[in-house]
Design a protein around this ligand. Structure first.
Ligand code: PA5
Length: 489
């Protein structure tokens, strides 16, 4: 049970029902048994994964280990052997690294960094890396690399790290050793992804050159399994980092795929480095699991969301799913979801196309099309009720030359709320479907619920339409070609 009361996530598809008319509501009612069956299938898969059953060929891979993971992690952490629990080790390693470094570079791509990025943007100060060490509560600045092959971006970061080693956070947060030092969290489940591997070699060489103690400044997160054929570790990353003698190493557990790994060390270690409350995050995810298992289909946020998306696509051709975030902090959550949905369901010519939208910014770039373009979009507004900082108000001015005094005293959140409602009204007036997904706050418990909800929804939809949501065989083609072309060069 969570220690604190968790404000539940809410889903309201009334703007979809009104846009598509009463037959849509009837189709949604008719879909209840299929959604119930898909839920039962997903729950059984989690149980079967726990029992260690071999999945049938059509369900291979079956990475259902993510489903009960939050509960397992919390149970171990709250149990009698806390110091041996994974969560304790993650928090301890994060604390140790945070004390040693002022800048941490997270190397990883796809599911191996997007969850951490989402947590960073959603839960931290928007200008975190600009804050003094004291204002970051002694936590490091965070950078993401190894997610591209961009020479100038990598050089830029190396340059910054080298300069940081010279000037540290002097004048802002002191110039002790920690304020000058940097470290690496390198994340790759397979341990062989080229973008991350190349970046790791590059940043490792720079760290060695800077004289940093690599053993304690590099924390790998990867598969720790052995390859029986070669009698060595499967992960090339692990082969390298175990030779280095890294003090802390974390595993991406078996049965948890990259894009479902945000609640393993892949997401939790960077989150703990940033001082986020990882227990609350997991409690939010566990609360969503409970709701998913227990709530009737008609009240179930996960199943309603799946049903609406599925029917909008199959009955009305809404093949584009726009996740319209209101405010800036959830853009990276949207991008995380883009890869989750694309890689999970974009198979065999199937799968809706996700699109992250940030409003009100994108009303001035995409608004015209969403109001008036092709009717191929289902818009889900991601709305946050609370704010974390004091509410700004529109100032009044004596001369009122810009005629804005009528707004004086109104808050920025009130203006955003009017923009959200006004946009929904505008879309509704031309039968453009909009649903609202509402979070209490951009803090750990809400974000934990949201991420778990979207992962569950993705696998439920996969089972509903007969697409295995796990694995991403299509991505292998580019990797093979790229490697061959590099070898031929
Ligand atoms: O969801 C996935 O499995 C992918 O997005 C992977 O996370 C991504 O390809 C990175 O793989 P790896 O962690 O093996 O480097």
């Amino acid at each position: 049970m969570p220690n604190t009361k968790i404000e539940p996530l809410r889903y309201d598809p009334s703007g979809v029902l009104s846009a598509y008319g009463s037959s849509f509501g009837q189709a949604l009612d008719a879909l209840v048994p299929a959604l119930d069956a898909a839920r039962a299938e997903v729950i059984e898969e989690a149980a079967s994964w726990q029992r260690g059953d071999t999945p049938p060929p059509l369900k291979t891979p079956l990475d259902a280990g993510f489903i009960d993971l939050p509960e397992r992690l919390l149970a171990d952490y709250n149990g009698p052997k806390r110091a041996e629990s994974e969560l304790y080790k993650v928090v301890t390693a994060a604390r140790r690294l945070a004390e040693s470094v002022d800048r941490a570079v997270v190397l990883g791509i796809g599911g191996s960094y997007m969850g951490a990025r989402a947590l960073f943007d959603a839960c931290c100060h928007p200008y975190w890396n600009e804050l003094s060490r004291a204002n970051r509560h002694g936590c490091p600045r965070l950078y993401f690399e190894g997610n591209n092959l961009d020479n100038d971006a990598m050089q830029g970061l190396l340059d910054l790290l080298a300069r940081g080693a010279g000037i540290g956070a002097a004048g802002k947060g002191g110039d002790d050793a920690a304020s000058r030092q940097w470290g690496i969290v390198v994340i790759s489940k397979s341990g062989g992804t080229l973008e991350t591997a190349i970046a790791f070699r590059t940043f490792l060489a720079a760290l060695e050159k800077s004289g940093g103690d690599v053993k304690s400044l590099v924390v790998p997160v990867t598969d720790l399994g052995r390859n029986e054929k070669e009698d060595d570790y499967k992960s090339l990353l692990y082969r390298l980092t175990s030779d280095l003698g890294c003090r802390d190493t974390f595993e991406v557990p078996d049965g948890v795929g990259g894009r479902f790994s945000v609640f393993t060390a892949v997401g939790l270690l960077p989150a703990a480095l940033l001082g986020l409350d990882v227990v609350k995050l997991l409690e939010g995810a566990a609360a969503m699991n409970r709701h998913f298992r227990e709530a009737p289909v008609e009240e179930n946020v996960v199943l309603r969301y799946v049903g609406v998306g599925h029917l909008a696509e199959t009955r009305h051709g809404a093949t584009i799913r726009a996740m319209s975030t209101w405010g800036k902090s959830l853009e990276a959550v949207g991008l995380w979801y883009d890869q989750l949905l694309s890689e999970s369901l974009g198979k065999s010519g199937r799968g809706a196309t996700p699109l992250t939208v940030v409003n009100t910014r994108d009303l001035h770039s995409r608004g015209q099309q969403h109001q008036d373009g092709r009717g191929d979009k289902l818009i889900t507004n991601l709305i946050v009720e609370g704010v974390r900082q004091d509410r700004l108000k529109v100032e009044s001015r004596a001369a009122d030359r810009d005629n804005l005094n009528w707004l004086a005293g109104k808050t920025i959140p009130e203006a955003l709320d009017a923009a959200t409602k006004g946009t929904n009204l505008a879309y509704n007036s031309v039968s453009r479907p909009t649903a609202d997904l509402t979070l209490a706050q951009t803090e750990e418990a809400s974000i934990g619920q949201l991420l778990q909800m979207l992962m569950l929804a993705t696998v439920v939809e996969g089972r509903l339409i007969g697409v295995n949501p796990y694995g991403q065989p299509g991505v292998e083609d580019y990797k093979r070609n790229m490697k061959r072309l590099l070898q031929e060069q």
